[in-house]
Ligand binder design. Structure first.
Ligand code: NAD
Length: 246
């Protein structure tokens, strides 16, 4: 009908943090959103907003990725963007007995997830005349942290996945970029926020002297997805309060 949003995106990791702020920002600005998360209860926060349709699923599953794109086409009739944002930490020390299993789970969500997301969204983006994909990497993909090798490896790989995919999809009018957040106040960093002494210690080493709010990451995603970024592909937008420059 005439009240249908004229643009639609899929957002993964939508129930919390950066993903949730992204869903809210896009919906507020009139974009239809398919909000995907394996946290079914968390998705209930979006109930009642006609611009948001939710899907409970795991991004490492091919079926969940297919279902998300199908839902966008069914509900909004098109797909203009994909925000492949779901990600997890949980690295164990390299020689820990469970380290490989934990690393495989991290790579499955953080790397296999976006690989599936890109290849599943591309045909629908193409059908809408092009589109924009944003993958949430991290400054942890540019520089490393102690004890974080599996997460560092997954995010570093994402940055080059984005470059490579941007080359393969450029002729189809599909842009592919990474968001590289620095420290952001979400569930992933909740432990720090519950510890004021630790928080101020870490914040002192960030040039802007504070963590990002999820909304500040969502604004960068909005820019990369929008036609305002029409000549930007194969790059990473670093939103880190100056951390990587320091
Ligand atoms: P968050 O934990 O608040 O949100 C992540 C969401 O992803 C959760 O709702 C979770 O349920 C969902 N998710 C996890 N695994 C999933 C799966 N297999 N399938 C579907 N959904 C899944 O964390 P966040 O900080 O908002 O993280 C979003 C992204 O930002 C992640 O890729 C993370 O690595 C990245 N990032 C975060 C920070 C930070 O400081 N918070 C910094 C750099 C990068």
């Amino acid at each position: 009908g005439s009240s249908e949003p004229s643009r639609a995106v899929v957002v993964t990791g939508a129930a919390s943090g950066i993903g949730r702020a992204t869903v809210e920002l896009f919906a507020q600005r009139g974009t239809g959103v398919v909000a995907v998360d394996h946290d079914e209860a968390g998705l209930k926060a979006f109930a009642g907003d006609e611009r948001i349709v939710t899907l409970a699923g795991d991004v490492s599953s091919e079926d969940a990725n297919r279902a998300a794109v199908a839902l966008a086409l069914e509900r909004f009739g098109r797909l203009d963007g994909a925000v492949l944002n779901a990600g997890i930490g949980g690295t164990l020390p390299l020689e820990h007995p469970g380290a490989l299993e934990a690393a495989e789970r991290i790579l499955s969500v953080n790397l296999r997830g976006p690989i599936l997301g890109i290849r599943t969204a591309a045909p629908a983006l193409r059908a809408s005349g092009g589109g924009s994909i944003v993958v949430t990497a991290s400054v942890a993909g540019i520089r490393a942290d102690p004890g974080n090798w599996a997460y560092n490896a997954s995010k570093g790989a994402l940055l080059n996945l984005v470059r490579a995919a941007s080359l393969d999809y450029a002729v189809q009018g599909i842009r592919v970029n990474a968001l590289a957040p620095g420290l952001t106040r979400t569930r992933i960093t909740a432990g720090v926020h519950e510890n004021p002494a630790l928080l101020s210690l870490i914040a002192r080493n960030i040039p802007l002297q504070r963590f990002a709010e999820p909304r500040e990451q969502a604004e960068a995603v909005w820019f990369l997805i929008s036609p305002a970024a029409s000549y930007i592909t194969g790059t990473a937008l670093v939103v880190d309060g100056g951390l990587d420059a320091s």
